[in-house]
Design a protein around this ligand. Structure first.
Ligand SMILES: [Fe+2]
Length: 577
């Protein structure tokens, strides 16, 4: 049975294909059309899914979309009537959503196929149920507490659920305009980070601040009966899309979130790309602090209703790895399974698996053990790309390749590491990564100057052999998808100085050999040379979506000051090119 899952006309449009209950292939459209956070129809992603299983769209039994414009309709109408200025916007959104309900026509057009040949049943699933489904149905658990939170989706920002067997029972929703995601976005915008997805950057700024505004920021978002409420005086009226605007070309932008009240309290907002005043560091600190307080409050409430130790979680806010790293000590939950594509691309998988288990009542047997669900490229294809780019390269067997790359990293060189299937979700986890020495004091600056050009305050992440985590980190819950930040043990901080953030933490990826043998063995080869079972891992890209195909990796290697490219079995050195 083939189920195609879709996230479309929403940020991070994506497609996933589920074959007999297993996620076989999944990809965000941005990786193929190279438009970051693309929010149109994921035509290329759908074709890639079908190619991966050798099927045509006429072979697909079900198509599931992680959005349901009828969900929470009464709440939407109630809100629109109370905010007359937003009614037109509301109607426009409804029309747009009506258009996107015609999945059949969209697929016919995208794939140039005969409409008569289509035989699939169509399913629409509420946004946050799809988020929770993307975590729970991929987890190894028979039952768990389910939690989803983000800016907004189908007029909801937060959902709590009890997950058991095939079912996800919704226990509670927080409706718009109240949104923990919008709270975070509003302050990020105020301090000059106005692009969709900038929130993750500002999380790295927070530990540079002090506790100056924690009390004041508490007023922006208050706790309420196990939920929370925004003080709307700090916000512009955002409407049912919470200020997210999608252009005809599928690009996403954000409307202004903060009101004049923020300006009265804190002074003028900061212009993008200007120097960061201490005020903004303190605001980032207070924002992250309050975010965590509300998050832990919500999780404690969820635990009261679903008293289990296991938490299945997704939604864009679930990418807040700092909060995730603390929840084991701040809440009664002891284990997490967080969907690696916790943002909206994950809806494609959630909708498809929900159809399989909840709608069609098929038994659960699948567990997502790694995130390598994207395309891979044959050696011949990689070699053709290297030739086309006129690069000098060597072909190496596995062991010599690992030894050569480990030597390069140990020598302080920056290596583009392109291997196997591309990762699903926003993190590079050792298949489309740039890797470097984690213990050289200048490595962060080198990476930024030569390739990444990131803000000075953003840390780089460590990949560590899973069985060595306890030696280096103060928490031992695994973090296979780089979604937890833990304190680095004091005695190891010097050894990991390039990945040790200002608050002595690291957003680690724990690498188990069975999940990625080649990457594990690379780290081990590096350890043999340096005594450090860790390498610095950052995504393989430069101001663009993470590279997907060999030619994108080669292009990034050629236009940046990357020293080495290890792509499949081939090794290219900048000094020889
Ligand atoms: Fe979402």
């Amino acid at each position: 049975m083939l189920i195609l899952g879709l996230n479309m006309f929403h940020a991070d449009a994506s497609a996933a294909i589920v074959q007999d209950g297993r996620v076989v292939f999944a990809i965000a459209e941005e990786r193929l059309n190279r438009v970051k956070h693309y929010a149109g129809f994921p035509a290329l992603a759908v074709q890639a899914c079908l190619n991966a299983v050798g099927a045509k769209i006429s072979d697909v039994d079900h198509v599931a979309v992680g959005q349901d414009s009828d969900a929470n309709l009464a709440k939407k109408v109630q809100y629109a009537l109370a905010n007359p200025a937003k009614i037109l916007n509301f109607i426009r959104l409804r029309q747009r959503k009506e258009a996107m309900r015609d999945v059949r026509s969209l697929l016919v057009k995208a794939l140039a196929t005969d409409p008569e040949s289509l035989r699939f049943q169509e399913h629409h699933l509420e946004h946050h149920i799809a988020h929770i489904a993307s975590a729970y149905y991929c987890s190894p658990w028979e039952k768990a507490a389910g939690f989803s939170y983000d800016g907004s989706g189908d007029f909801v920002s937060t959902m709590m659920a009890r997950c058991e067997g095939n079912d996800i029972e919704v226990l509670d929703r927080v409706f718009l305009p109240h949104s923990l995601g919008s709270f975070y976005t509003m302050i990020c915008e105020f301090i000059g980070y106005k692009k969709y997805g900038d929130e993750g950057k500002v999380m790295g700024l927070a530990p540079y601040g002090k506790d100056t505004y924690c009390e004041t920021i508490r007023e922006v978002i208050g706790l309420k009966n196990g939920g929370f409420e925004l003080d709307l005086g700090y916000f512009m009226p955002l409407g049912s899309n919470q200020g997210m605007q999608i252009s005809e070309d599928g690009t996403v932008s954000l409307a202004k979130h903060f009101s004049e009240r923020m300006v009265e309290l804190f002074g003028e907002p900061t212009k993008p790309h200007s120097e960061i005043p201490h005020r903004d560091m303190d605001l980032a600190f207070a924002m992250q602090h309050r975010f965590e307080e509300v998050f832990f409050h919500l999780l404690k409430e969820l635990h009261k209703r679903v008293p289990m130790e296991d938490l299945a979680m997704a939604g864009g806010c679930a990418l807040n790895s700092v909060a995730n790293g603390k929840l084991f000590t701040e809440t009664p939950f002891r284990r997490t399974w967080i969907q690696p594509a916790a943002g909206d691309e994950g809806l494609a998988i959630g909708a498809a698996l929900h159809t399989y288990h909840s709608v069609l009542n098929q038994p659960r047997q699948y567990e997502m053990k790694n995130s390598y669900l994207g395309p891979e490229f044959a050696d011949a294809c990689i070699e053709a790309s290297l030739r086309k780019a006129n690069l000098k390269y060597r072909k190496l067997d596995r062991e010599p390749l690992l030894a050569a790359v480990a030597d390069q990293i140990a020598a302080g060189n920056v290596v583009g590491w392109f291997q196997g299937r591309m990762e699903w979700g926003p993190r590079a986890l050792g298949n489309r990564s740039i890797v470097a020495h984690p213990g050289l004091p200048n490595m962060k600056d080198v990476l930024n100057a030569r390739i990444k050009h990131r803000e000075w305050f953003r840390p780089f992440a460590p990949s560590i052999l899973a069985d060595r985590q306890h030696e280096y980190f103060e928490h031992d819950h695994p973090s296979p998808f780089m979604l937890h930040v833990y304190k680095i043990r004091p005695e190891k901080r010097d050894q990991l100085c390039a990945v040790n953030h200002v608050d002595n933490t690291g957003r680690l990826q724990t690498v188990a050999r069975e999940e990625n043998p080649l990457y594990y063995d690379l780290i081990q080869a590096f350890e043999r040379k340096t005594g450090i079972p860790v390498i610095l891992n950052t995504s393989f890209n430069e101001n663009e979506p993470i590279v997907c195909a060999p030619e994108e990796a080669i292009d990034c290697f050629q236009r940046t000051r990357m020293d080495v490219l290890a792509i499949g079995p081939y090794l290219a050195l900048k000094t020889e090119n």
